[in-house]
Design a protein around this ligand. Structure first.
Ligand code: NAP
Ligand code: ZN
Length: 362
């Protein structure tokens, strides 16, 4: 059966897709739409591997649409532009993150917070307004409205800039919004993974004090020496956790699995905020008194708007912030997913799409 909108999809695309919740990725030929008047076609150069890709591949959020081509940390080169495009030229290096469209009229859209538009269209595993399912950046090219792409400054290395499109903005935005970015603020970052390590670098560039709270004692040297954290707590060490109670203005929790947040609330000062980014589907168990005594709050945060994403990328370029990456080939992606599930990555996989995807064509 022809899917709605499929007749507009006349350009062949090639990527790697999972066909079911085994999450196993393999070569996949599909179609993409023609470049619209206000759209750009982007040749994908690099794509970061976010833990959200893994959640979706395995249908852990119970909303996966298969075949599923993941990837929302995309850096690429503009290969075609629509007639009315004014922001980009052919050859420009640009980034595409987690959303590729939104309603453009709601309050969130009008306030440059398209990420909170209830009709926002996800880069993959989302349904576009023309009725077609979106495929992400583990593919040779992508078509996007110019409003939903950002410029990558020349000074940023392209591969290690890719994770900024999701991990970077997801950490930058809550630090700014919740007033944690700046001297005199003490931020706790829980989980030193893809999001966490970039968060430490942003927090230090803002001038905040940063303590990493990790379940992996072996990450201490990286946290303190490589990423510049001021402190490191092993979350399973009760003495260390006890000694740090009541010291943090805010905590950003990036842990990708279900865990207890009560000890984290304890780390907060009065009026402190625990901000949840890690997207587990299990409910948290928390006693009201842990918040009442100390007027503490718990919030969530999802990526950031496009304007703020550009601001974040420019800030990263200005402060030399990039992700710590392991560049991999497309062929390696299933092994990379297994390693990501086990926490065996320092600190973000980035797929070298342009140099390694074409050879995998059947
Ligand atoms: P990641 O690279 O896998 O990092 C997650 C970190 O969580 C790990 O490095 C580990 O840090 C900790 N962790 C993992 N398993 C654990 C366990 N069993 N017990 C305790 N700690 C554990 O993942 P990521 O790409 O940074 O993404 C993190 C989460 O954020 C995912 O759920 C993802 O879907 C979500 N996310 C949210 C947003 C948003 O806007 N809200 C955006 C992107 C991603 P330690 O070794 O230091 O403990
Ligand atoms: Zn992501």
């Amino acid at each position: 059966m022809e899917r709605l909108g499929e007749k507009y999809q006349s350009v062949e695309g090639f990527g790697w897709a999972a066909r079911d919740s085994s999450g196993h990725l393999s070569p996949f030929v599909f179609s993409r739409r023609e470049t619209g008047e206000e759209e750009v076609r982007v040749k994908v150069l690099y794509c970061g591997v976010c833990h959200s890709d893994l959640h979706c591949l395995k249908n852990e959020w119970h909303s996966s649409i298969y075949p599923l081509v993941p990837g929302h940390e995309i850096v690429g080169e503009v290969s075609e532009i629509g007639r009315k495009v004014s922001k980009f030229n052919i050859g420009d290096k640009i980034g595409v993150g987690c959303i590729v469209d939104s309603c453009r009229t709601c309050e969130s859209c009008r306030e440059d917070q398209e990420n909170y538009c209830t009709k926002a269209v996800a880069t993959y595993n989302g349904v576009h307004y023309d009725g077609t399912v979106n495929y992400g950046g583990y593919s040779d090219h992508i078509v996007v409205d110019e409003r939903y792409a950002v410029k990558i400054p020349h000074t940023l290395p392209l591969a290690s800039a890719a994770p900024l499109l999701c991990a970077g903005i997801s950490m930058y935005s809550p630090m700014k919004y919740f007033g944690l970015a700046g001297p005199g603020k003490h931020i706790g970052i829980v989980g030193l993974g893809g999001l966490g390590h970039i968060g430490v670098r942003f927090a230090k560039a803002f001038g905040s004090k940063v303590t990493v709270v990790s379940s992996t004692a072996g990450k201490s040297k990286d946290a303190l020496e490589n990423f510049g954290a001021d402190g490191f707590l092993v979350s399973t060490d009760e003495d260390q956790m006890q000694a740090a109670m009541g010291t943090m203005d805010g905590i950003i929790d990036t842990v990708s699995v279900s865990h207890s947040i009560l000890p984290l609330v304890g780390l907060l000062k009065p009026n402190g905020k625990l901000i949840l980014l890690g997207a587990t589907d299990k409910p948290f168990d928390l006693h009201a008194f842990s918040l009442i005594l100390g007027r503490k709050s718990i919030a969530g945060s999802a990526i950031g708007g496009i304007k703020e994403t550009q601001e974040m990328i420019n800030f990263a370029a200005e402060h030399g912030i990039k992700a710590e990456i392991e560049t991999i080939s497309m062929e390696y992606v299933n092994t990379a997913m297994d390693r990501l599930a086990k926490g065996d990555v320092r600190y973000r996989f980035v797929i070298d799409i342009a140099n390694t995807l074409p050879a995998t064509r059947p």
